[in-house]
Ligand binder design. Structure first.
Ligand code: ATP
Ligand code: MG
Length: 569
């Protein structure tokens, strides 16, 4: 099953010659695409929406295609300009000013997108929250950010402890009656003017506050500025390969950074039609959406691909997926097994991309016109210098595992951790942004993810990344999902313990577990084979689909579970 490399694709891609571009590209050139070039001022919402709404050839093109159980809606660029202008006027009327934090606790819906863009148009800072958050998670984020306004629904309002949030002055309810204490979205929008004077801001002015998913601990407010547009635009071109006429679908919720950087900014900056799906995951629904909307570029996550893989080939075969031309993945290591499945299921390569909330945009990627080495995240995008460094920030030679680091100063880089300058400083060592992920780089420049630094296992003096063990485990026909941790052991330092979820039709037995163990031993190495294995009905994940190894470990060791606000139910 191991596939060493999949050749570069040939065709018309926005980035044909990576090596050449890597040598010559300069971010200063990319800046010239924006109003900044003429006026010194910008606004993300202008570049993403209004600019296209002013273009007679584009204004009637669908910008947002929304599809959810019971609701289908299409908004053109000109519709979205109008709706966001109206909402910006609502915000102004209620005294929202540049720099204020306006949070959104809403399901994915057309209202969400209009409101989000409206916030940016006023120069305020948008804070999207994932709709499944419970009270504690909502309180932590609103409190830390000092949000002045919250946009939510009457149902979700029950999870907002308003009385404990002195900074929170106003609540806008979508789908609710306006009353003394609350502002009604619908009523205000009815009366709002369609003309709004957009707030022209500096590239370094605040735009977005994202609280990270919390795979490793308490969520932190990652602060981004309008300047990020340069990288969103450019990676939309090179990595997503977006072109006129594309129909693009990013499956991430805008509560996570992927759902904003690549679910809002990159597609719209590039003027393509953006599909948003509401409702829960179902393999059938997902495939139907691709077929019905004729999606051409699709950005999803390993957890979703693994679920589709488990659902079986029969489900896939029922649908016509020939519209797809480019598929990408982010959020977790992309198992080679999944890449191999992708080739069979869609006849397409799945392109892994690596980045994080703090980095604001993609950094290390597989490009369409580049050879893919399954299991590798690819190479840094032009304009980005990536390396493997030791704890002092010294670069390490090829094939040595260390800290994955990026040379400071790329366009979409976070500008602060809200209220926490110490935490912000702690990311930077010797001119490098140190990611907290461990990886190595091969002789040809490909980067290979090994695990989060907190997750790396030290067993009998060998360092083992949980990802390669998990990837091998799911190659076994009986294993659907796997989470691997190091468990303290007096003799070996740590031993490897694997939690696995079985595919339908498999029953737990000693023979089966031994067979799986042998499979890893033969396929990987003896020291990487789990000494302990436990079958579970599910593997705990964050709502963005990341395996929460931290939680598996606390359960195993009987320790406090820490912050679980982002745990998927
Ligand atoms: P917290 O920092 O609060 O613990 P988090 O790190 O899960 O949360 P994100 O910023 O959403 O929050 O996730 C970024 C992390 O996701 C990366 O540091 C990396 O560990 C993982 N990741 C993202 N993309 C990839 C990828 N292509 N391959 C491997 N890991 C990835
Ligand atoms: Mg992180």
């Amino acid at each position: 099953m191991d596939m060493k490399s999949i050749p570069a694709q040939t065709g018309n891609y926005n980035l044909e010659n990576y090596e050449e571009m890597y040598k010559t590209f300069d971010w200063e050139d990319a800046k010239k695409n924006f109003t900044w070039n003429e006026t010194g001022k910008v606004n993300m919402a202008y570049e993403a929406i209004d600019k296209h709404a002013e273009d007679p050839d584009k204004k009637n093109q669908p910008a947002l295609v929304y599809s959810a159980p019971g609701r289908e809606e299409t908004l053109t660029f000109s519709d979205l300009k109008r709706e966001s202008d109206k909402f910006a006027n609502v915000l102004k009327k209620h005294n929202i000013e540049k720099g204020d934090r306006v949070f959104m606790f809403l399901p994915r819906s057309p209202e969400f997108y209009a409101a989000f863009l409206g916030i940016l148009k006023t120069g305020a800072i948008a804070g999207p929250l994932f709709e499944a958050f419970m009270e504690q998670a909502v309180r932590d984020r609103l409190e830390d950010s000092g949000a002045k306004m919250l946009i939510t629904t009457p149902e979700l309002l029950e999870r907002v402890p308003e009385k404990e949030l002195p900074d929170l002055k106003q609540v806008v309810l979508v789908g609710g009656e306006g009353s003394g204490d609350y502002i009604s979205f619908e009523e205000e929008m009815k009366d709002a003017s369609q003309d709004f004077d957009i707030e022209w801001v500096d590239l370094e002015d605040g735009m977005l506050l994202h609280y990270t998913s919390g795979s490793t601990g308490k969520p932190k407010g990652v602060y981004h500025v309008h300047n990020a547009m340069i990288q969103h635009y450019q990676t939309g071109k090179w990595v997503l390969d977006l072109k006129e006429g594309d129909i693009y679908w990013c499956t991430a919720d805008p509560g996570w950074v992927t759902g904003t950087s690549y679910g809002i900014f990159a597609p719209w900056l590039n003027g393509v039609t953006n599909v948003v799906k509401g409702g829960r995951f179902s393999a059938d629904d997902w495939y139907s959406l691709i077929a019905e909307k004729e999606i051409s570029v699709w950005y999803s996550a390993p957890t979703a691909f693994r679920k589709l893989m488990s659902a079986g080939a029969e489900v896939a075969k029922k649908h016509d997926m020939t519209s797809l031309r480019h598929v990408l993945s982010v959020g977790e290591p992309l198992n080679p097994e999944v890449v191999t499945w992708g080739l069979k299921a869609f006849d397409l390569r799945i392109h892994d991309t690596w980045w994080m909330t703090e980095t604001g945009a993609q950094l290390i990627c597989n490009f369409p016109a580049m050879e893919i080495r399954p299991g590798s995240m690819g190479k840094p995008i032009p304009g980005i210098e990536a390396s493997i460094v030791d704890n002092e920030g010294n670069e390490l030679p090829p094939n040595q595992m260390g800290n994955l680091a990026i040379k400071e100063g790329w366009p979409a880089q976070m500008r602060a951790i809200w209220n926490n300058p110490g935490k912000f400083e702690s990311y930077f060592v010797n001119g490098w942004y140190v990611s907290g992920d461990s990886a190595y780089q091969d002789e040809d420049g490909y980067f290979w993810f090994q695990g989060r630094l907190d997750d790396v296992i030290n067993t009998s003096g060998e360092r083992v990344g949980p990802f390669e063990v998990e990837s091998k485990l799911i190659e076994h026909e009986a294993v659907a999902e796997a989470g691997v941790i190091g468990k303290p052991d007096p003799e070996r330092g740590e031993i490897i313990k694997a939690f696995i979820m079985l595919n339908d039709g498999y029953e737990e037995s000693d023979e089966l577990l031994e067979d799986i163990r042998q499979f890893v031993k033969k396929g990987l190495s003896a020291h990487a084979a789990p000494r302990e294995m436990e079958v579970k009905d599910s593997i705990p994940k964050t709502r963005s689909g990341k395996i929460m190894r931290r939680l598996l470990k606390s359960w195993e060791l009987g320790l406090p579970t820490g912050d679980t606000s982002t745990l998927e139910e």
